[in-house]
Design a protein around this ligand. Structure first.
Ligand code: SAM
Length: 671
């Protein structure tokens, strides 16, 4: 099998920037990096320098004023630092760009500032306060990877934490203008290496410009070798010269030479998209597209807005493998993404609570597994930490008998209410109906509804969970239905309140509105929607196994815990065979069988043919029971792909989620 060696760096926390606040040569206090012994900016004229070198050096006022494309203008940066450059670029965009334009910022950073340092640094620029607050409010955990922030309705920032050359080699997206920052080459030679310029070139748009404060020989040579034409232009202040230039024809992207089937389809930004399925996958995709100015018809056979109160709660949590794998990386990225996304969407926390999640280790085997996981993943304690039974009890607010992994940033969510809110995003119109079939048309797609009506759309996203494979175009993407029953119990006043979602076999979120949810059962292949008493019995046994003291307190308080007293809710989740969601363009499986038939004989013979897809057909499905972590990130991924923007995940993870992986695997195994 052609193995694509993953160039991903370790899944780990990053060392924060170490700052020294000292007076610069004008007598004003400015941050200095003790790692590099160089200043981030001059407090006296840092703004003017940014404007001169990066903003004017890339001719941004004129280019942004002229920007008419449906896709966003993309600025890439090495060395985010305090964010001053990017905030200035955002201000320039607001001052010059036409109303319909969008801006996408991509910046790498190897030593992220601590939030309090960032706040102190940005306090130097009072007219940037509002922008700085948006940044600070979403400032990510210092974890290697991509972190997407929504600066406002038109401006997105992707922070790629890690080494610039490594991160840009993993970037799936193309840049229009580069801010080549970073400490001076003499102070930071490791960054200004040939791989950095090569990676910049590989993810440049034709004609992409760059500007940098330095004229060092190593930079001129590196840029020229990578294909950038540079020229000296007047520098800022005492610096006589700086460099600016452009790349006429960037090199071809060869990253998928061994996996050509994952080559993305040519973007055709649409006006109108139909999203089938209004659960969390579909509703979040609809909202992500509408936010980008696309008209969305969201179709589902039932309207969640009519359900009334269900008291359902879902957990935003992940289960990560002991040894780092692509699936764990994607899920951890999803967890961190969903957390920021929920905070933006519902700052009042009426639909979710960042309660944190405890994953109990009820057996010795699980304890050993958790210990090995922690050894392998030096992540910040604010993301995940190991706790003994005592610390777990303190976090949960009830005595627990087992140690646990504690995810303080995880959460619980009211999934149905969340879907209703997303479906109400301006630009999304809900249509109740059942899509019976899909047909490609000249203009895009025609959806035939069971009630006889048809809907025309430029593009279609299938987000129908366990039913996602029922269209003729998706039959090669198997999904297994998994029935799950949650039990619900009305708690008396004064019942103990859980401080965390507690997971072991199932999950128990802190009661909301006086109702305790616990479960769920796991019934692969089962689609029966009837509530079962036997499942309540199983959920009660699981509750008692994980939270014996909680159950004892409830019994002492006279709560009747017999299964026949419980109410329940049944749902059908969907799982792919490898338990990774399907997210991306729908492969034309017939074409893949023709184009890649040689793989069946010899998996190392990779035909040089890009994957053929059903044009404008996408899927986000098979999110299993962790959809709160995966679906919102997949929504951004699909919306970004559709709109020809940089993606919020590294390309190997984008490929890991690609729905066509299954077709290739079967071909290679000669099935
Ligand atoms: N652009 C920043 C601003 O607007 O505040 C100033 C950048 S500061 C002069 C240089 C930044 O580059 C620092 O934040 C430093 O941590 C970062 N850096 C240094 N080496 C790096 C590398 N190899 N990869 C990514 N970032 C790096």
């Amino acid at each position: 099998m052609p193995v694509s060696v993953s160039p991903l760096p370790p899944l780990a926390g990053l060392e924060p920037a170490r700052l020294d606040w000292r007076c610069d040569d004008t007598g004003e206090s400015a941050p200095l990096s003790t790692q590099f012994d160089d200043v981030y900016f001059s407090r006296h004229d840092g703004r003017a320098e940014t404007e001169h070198v990066f903003v004017q050096g890339n001719d941004l006022p004129r280019r942004l004023a002229d920007w008419q494309a449906q896709r966003p203008f993309v600025i890439g940066e090495t060395g985010f630092g305090t964010g001053l450059n990017m905030l200035c670029a955002w201000a320039c965009f607001d001052a010059h760009a036409p109303a319909g334009a969008r801006l996408h910022l991509v910046s790498t950073e190897r030593y992220p500032l601590r939030r309090e340092d960032l706040a102190q640094a940005l306090a130097a620029w009072p007219d940037l306060t509002k922008r700085a607050e948006r940044l600070l409010g979403q400032w990510p955990e210092p974890v290697a990877g991509v972190h997407r922030l929504w600066l406002d309705e038109r401006v997105t920032l992707d922070l790629h934490f890690g080494d610039a050359a490594e991160r840009l080699a993993l970037l799936e997206g193309r840049v229009d203008a580069w801010f080549l920052d970073g400490f001076a080459p003499a102070k930071n030679p490791e960054m200004w290496r040939p791989e950095l310029f090569a990676a910049m070139a590989a993810c440049s748009r034709p004609g992409a410009t760059f500007a940098t404060f330095t004229c060092a020989g190593v930079v001129k040579r590196g840029l020229a070798e990578a294909g950038f034409a540079w020229r000296k232009v007047p520098g800022f202040g005492r610096k006589r010269e700086m460099l600016a230039g452009e790349i006429a024809s960037p090199p071809a992207d060869i990253r998928r030479a061994r996996t050509p089937w994952f080559s993305p389809p040519t973007p055709q930004p649409p006006r109108h998209v139909a999203v089938i399925g209004a659960g969390i996958a579909g509703a979040s995709t609809a909202a992500a597209l509408a936010r980008r100015g696309i008209a969305v018809t969201l179709i589902d056979r039932f309207d969640r807005a009519e359900l009334g109160t269900t008291h359902l709660q879902g957990a935003l949590y992940v289960k990560l493998a002991v040894e780092t794998n692509l699936q764990s990386r994607a899920y951890l990225a999803g967890l961190l993404h969903s957390r920021r996304w929920l905070a933006q969407l519902d700052p009042e926390q009426s639909l979710w609570r960042p309660s944190g999640v405890l994953q109990l280790a009820l057996s010795e085997q699980e304890q050993a597994r958790q210990a090995r996981f922690l050894d392998n993943h030096p992540l910040p304690e604010s993301v995940v930490r190991g706790v003994d039974a005592e610390a777990a009890s303190a976090a949960a607010g009830i005595r627990l008998e087992a140690p646990a992994l504690d995810y303080p940033g995880a959460a619980w969510v009211k999934p149905l209410e969340l879907c209703v809110k997303l479906a109400g995003t301006p630009g999304v119109s809900f249509r109740r109906g059942e899509v019976a079939s899909l047909a490609a048309s000249e203009a895009g797609w025609t959806l035939a509804l069971a009630d006889g009506e048809t809907i025309a759309a430029d593009q279609v996203v299938i987000a129908t969970a366990s039913e996602a494979a029922r269209f003729s175009q998706t039959q090669a993407l198997p999904v297994q239905p998994v029935r799950g029953q949650v039990s619900q119990l009305k708690l008396p006043d004064g019942a103990p309140a859980l401080g965390r979602v507690v997971c072991a076999g199932g999950y128990v979120p802190p009661a909301a509105d006086g109702v305790l949810n616990f479960g769920a059962t796991y019934g692969p292949g089962d689609t029966d929607m009837a509530e079962r008493e036997g499942d309540h019995t199983a959920n009660l046994a699981e509750l008692e196994r994980g939270l014996p003291h909680f159950v004892a307190v409830l019994r002492e308080a006279g709560v009747d815990l017999s299964p026949e007293r419980l109410t329940g809710r049944v749902g059908v989740r969907a799982a792919s065979p490898d338990k990774t969601p399907y997210c991306g363009p729908v492969p034309d499986a017939g074409a893949w069988h023709e184009d890649y038939a040689a793989l069946a004989k010899d998996a190392s013979r990779v035909p040089d043919v890009p994957g053929r897809h059903h044009p404008g057909l996408w899927i986000s499905a098979a999110h299993g029971s962790r959809g709160m972590a995966s679906a919102p990130l997949c929504a951004e991924l699909i919306a970004s792909r559709i709109c020809d923007e940089p993606l919020p995940l590294e390309w190997p993870l984008v490929d890991h989620l690609h729905p066509g992986r299954r077709v290739i695997r079967d071909l290679i195994r000669n099935r």
